[in-house]
Design a protein around this ligand. Structure first.
Ligand code: KG4
Ligand code: ZN
Length: 336
């Protein structure tokens, strides 16, 4: 069946057509209208601007996705829309558009959780992947570990108690003059620095838990940069990138390793925009090799926000018969 996926939870409007079922997991189109250039002017996402940009893009890209797939709206068997978590105004644009389209064309509608969608991206490139497995979702808004029991049943076994890893990368990037979002630039720059140059606190919460905290790390790095600047010298950016990346990678490896043991899993899925980080990816690949665990990470275009992942997650909601209607509302909070 053909599923139309719609995504508008943050700063990317996306529409995709995915074919699922009968052994197929195929992306026919995956259009992403990114607002990054607009938000860059402000150093981060401005929610009101994001909502307006979604309104301008959503209808156009939906028909673009249908055209690229060579389909008509009457060919669509299900519409899947991200309903939570995210920026409420942004989510409402996708949700209301999806509701209208489903109502007007009498197409079944399912609501998708954005985190479950990030994980579902892995199914699109790995036909052999099936639950149960352990998933680590690291993005601009999330850093959480899940025990994925089946396609729609997840339980969170670890999470950040404050900021997300992506946000932490972006914040430090901005402080050292990188354009928003700085995550990818820090990834590159970290290769040129000394990871032991600056002593920074670990974002892994001490004790028998799978939780993180990035706010202390962010503050410590900012304090270091400010105190160097007050002494009259600009700190070495590459050393900052390398030291900052090292403590984040070590913390992620430590908690993921504990999660693998706790869940006794044989498969690990890494998802979300920060899954693009080459240091995190390399360290987790190594960890999985050591622990004889199969490692899955979607390709870059499926790691960052996109609607193909929403359509993939929506397919399993459809199979579970979890349909919704015009009463569907968006929620900024995580509704699993
Ligand atoms: O999943 P995503 O596209 O959006 C959210 O749902 O948040 O993730 C975006 C985040 C940004 O914080 C960005 O800086 C980060 O992913 N990111 C990276 C890299 N590429 C993107 N962080 C570290 N290293 C990278 N290579
Ligand atoms: Zn995301």
């Amino acid at each position: 069946m053909y599923i139309l996926g719609l995504e508008s939870s943050c700063d990317e409007t996306s529409a995709a057509i995915v074919e699922m079922g009968d052994g197929k997991r195929r992306i026919l189109s995956n259009i992403v209208a990114s607002q990054i250039e607009t938000h860059r002017l402000y150093g981060g996402v401005v929610p009101e601007i994001a909502s307006r940009a979604h309104i301008e893009a959503v209808s156009r890209i939906t028909y673009e996705a249908l055209d690229e797939a060579g389909l008509k709206i009457s060919d669509i068997g299900c519409i899947a829309v991200t309903a939570n978590p995210g920026l409420i105004g942004a989510l409402l644009v996708g949700v209301n558009f999806a509701k209208s389209l489903a109502f007007a064309h009498k197409i079944p509608l399912v609501a998708v959780n954005h985190i479950k969608a990030h994980v579902a991206a892995a199914y699109l490139e790995a036909p052999e992947l099936e639950p149960p497995f352990t998933a680590l979702v690291v993005s601009g808004g999330h850093t959480s570990i899940y025990a994925v029991r089946n396609y729609t049943d997840f339980s969170e076994i670890g999470t950040t108690r404050d900021d997300a890893a992506g946000e932490a990368f972006d914040k430090i990037g901005r402080t050292i003059g990188m354009p928003y979002p700085g995550g990818a630039a820090i990834d590159k720059l970290a290769y040129e620095g000394d990871s032991k140059a600056i002593k920074l606190p670990s974002p892994a919460i001490v004790g028998d838990n799978l939780d993180f905290s990035f706010s202390g790390l962010k503050t410590a790095a900012l304090n270091y940069i400010n105190s160097e600047r007050q002494k009259g010298s600009e700190p070495n950016h590459a050393d900052i990138a390398a030291s900052y990346t090292k403590v984040i990678v070590d913390a992620i490896v430590k908690k993921t390793s504990a999660a693998i043991e706790q869940t006794n899993t044989k498969q690990l899925v890494l998802a979300g925009g920060v899954a693009a980080n080459s240091h995190i990816r390399g360290a987790l690949e190594e960890l999985c090799k050591k622990k004889r665990v199969s490692f899955y990470r979607p390709s870059m275009s499926l790691c960052s926000d996109n609607a193909a992942m929403v359509a993939a997650a929506g397919y399993f909601e459809f199979l579970d018969g979890r349909f919704t209607d015009t009463s569907l509302n968006a929620s900024a909070a995580d509704n699993f």
